[in-house]
Design a protein around this ligand. Structure first.
Ligand code: MN
Length: 447
């Protein structure tokens, strides 16, 4: 049951919030001043904090600053409660590191909606909070970009294209003949194409990204980010279990990156039925191995979902075909706009809490992989796993020896401080016989 810490000096408000939050199924912790709020947050690790900003001893803004400066608490989402007339607006709240804010007098339905969104209890689209007026945002344009994500009902940024689009049958960069639009999204497409300069007739996948606003400095930021992403991806994708990154180019302010096409079935298609422990451990090893080089480069993959992996037809191996590049780009764009975290809130079953509130860590990927593996092991959906794991321990769900159960527990612990730090750490903990294979990242950069 998620724990909500209410820091509020007004007894009436405190009582009302306590009652209503419990009614919604949350555990409630109470603090009456900023100082106590900070110490309770550190000690009890709530899942969310509602912080009044006018508080005795230490005011709410100061308390939030301390919470967001400490590694023990910076992952905990905070909603600031400000007094309408006085201090504070959205900009102040964002600068302090809040994930959302609301104004007094408290409008319960609205506030609870925000609580539910931040805790991933309801889908963002059904209870999206009041729009923020653009004039107080530092970058109206970034907000526009990000609001496109927030407005869409879909989990993923891209959706499969239902029909062959008109944009097929064209040449890109005088080289790639586009055959088919695989996915469409508000920011670009995923295309299947032939490389006319390749010696073999193998297909390639082309991803496109266009910033839907006209802003030279953002364009530069995207260009620089993609350039450094590409040099990184070209190195790590020499590893056999990641789709090879082949090329990148820019045409009319649209960015493209090209990767090898991998023939096979999505991992998502094989998760419906319960598999053996041997299979699950093998899968754990495969998924961790393909994410490992990202972590060695200190990059969070951000998109370790079943649809990001393909079981290659030729050798039955799991291959990572999604680089997570767009997600990382969005994280960057957002931090450029004073941490406009809320817009990237996309509830996803495989997402850890800290990633869900816009604070992805290396081991957010470990959480996602753990959920995939448990799904493979139990044949149950992540939604079922999450609900059930709140009532039962993992030992009851997974019939295995204590060491293996502990391994899975360390992968999916809701508190990321208690998870394996990175894929490399998790690989080391795998049973013997599944030891990490030699990795290409360090080899490749030193070669
Ligand atoms: Mn107060």
């Amino acid at each position: 049951m998620p724990k909500v810490l209410v820091v509020e000096d007004n007894a009436l408000n405190r009582k009302m919030l306590d009652r209503q939050l419990r009614h919604c199924g949350y555990d409630v912790l109470i603090a009456t001043d900023g100082d106590k709020g900070v110490s309770i947050a550190i000690e009890r690790q709530p899942d969310l904090i509602i912080m009044d900003t006018d508080l005795p001893v230490m005011d709410g803004w100061q308390a939030i600053k301390i919470l967001k400066a400490s590694t023990a608490t910076l992952h905990i989402p905070v909603i600031a409660l400000t007094t309408n007339a006085k201090s504070g607006n959205w900009k102040t709240a964002l600068e302090a590191g809040c994930n959302d804010y609301d104004t007094k007098p408290i409008v319960l339905k609205r506030l609870l909606g925000k609580v539910n969104i931040l805790l991933g209890v309801t889908s963002p689209s059904s209870t999206v909070s009041a729009p923020v007026s653009a004039d107080i945002l530092p970058s109206e344009q970034i907000e526009k970009v990000l609001s496109k994500i927030a407005d869409s009902d879909i989990d993923e940024i891209f959706v499969p294209a239902s029909t062959r689009s008109q944009t097929a049958d064209r040449y890109l960069n005088d080289r790639y003949e586009v055959n088919q639009v695989l996915k469409n999204g508000p920011f670009g497409q995923v295309l299947l194409a032939n490389d006319s300069k390749a010696t073999t007739s193998e297909s390639v996948i082309i991803n496109s990204f266009n910033l839907p606003v006209d802003n030279p400095s953002l364009l530069t930021l995207v260009r620089e980010t993609l350039t450094s992403e590409m040099s990184f991806l070209r190195v790590i994708t020499r590893q056999d279990d990641i789709a090879t990154c082949l090329d990148s180019f820019e045409e009319d302010d649209v960015f493209y990156w090209v990767q090898a096409y991998v023939e096979g079935n999505s991992l998502a298609d094989e998760l419906g039925s319960a598999q053996s422990m041997g299979h699950a451990l093998q899968l754990t090893h495969s998924l961790l191995s393909s994410v490992h080089p990202f972590h060695q480069g200190k990059m969070v993959h951000c998109e370790c979902y079943p649809s990001s992996f393909i079981r290659r037809q030729s050798d039955d191996r799991i291959v990572l075909v999604e680089y997570g590049l767009l997600k990382r780009l969005f994280v960057k764009l957002r931090s450029h706009s004073l941490d406009y975290r809320q817009a990237l809130l996309k509830a996803h079953d495989y997402q850890s809490a800290e990633q869900r509130v816009g604070n992805p860590q290396l081991n957010s990927d470990i959480y996602s992989i753990g959920m995939i593996v448990l799904q493979s092991l139990t044949g149950q959906s992540p939604e079922w796993l999450l609900t059930t794991s709140r009532q039962k321990s993992l030992t009851d769900l997974v019939k295995a020896d204590a060491k293996i159960v502990k391994l899975f527990e360390r992968m999916i612990n809701p508190n990321y401080h208690l998870r394996f730090e990175s894929a490399g750490e998790a690989l080391k903990a795998l049973p013997l016989g599944l030891t990490p294979k030699k990795n290409t990242y360090h080899q490749a950069i030193s070669s």
